[in-house]
Unconditional design. Structure first.
Length: 126
């Protein structure tokens, strides 16, 4: 029989937490080294996913419109557009955008470069 003041020894909490964490994580340590941290996931896959969604939705709507006999030529005539007019509008847009893009880059690129040079060193990429 036990003495009145004796009780069970406490469980090793750190061991129990370690097992629980090991059960939750189903990948190996070498696999976790390959994965970027959650906050460092790039936006590019989200952008590609959005482009795929837009493409699929456009395909579905285009198929439905074609079923009802609505074509691009019909819509362009309805809005008073032609292939030549669209090409001319695109050409005018490029003539406006290109000089402004170059002018802005003459200011932005040097400022970015100076900020890049003087930023504090971050963690190594290795």
């Amino acid at each position: 029989m036990r003495a009145a003041g004796a009780c069970k020894p406490p469980l090793d909490i750190s061991l129990r937490r370690g097992r629980a964490a090991a059960n939750r994580l189903s990948f190996s340590p070498s696999e976790s080294a390959k994965r970027p941290p959650l906050g460092a996931i790039p936006m590019f896959p989200t952008f590609v996913r959005t482009l795929v969604k837009v493409a699929v939705a456009s395909l579905i709507v285009g198929t439905i419109l074609a079923h009802f006999g609505i074509t691009t030529d019909l819509l362009m005539r309805e809005f008073g557009l032609s292939h030549d007019r669209i090409a001319e509008m695109a050409h005018r847009a490029m003539l406006w955008a290109l000089p402004n893009l170059l002018l802005g880059s003459l200011v932005i690129v040097p400022v970015w470069f100076v900020v890049y040079l003087f930023r504090p060193p971050g963690p190594s990429s290795e």
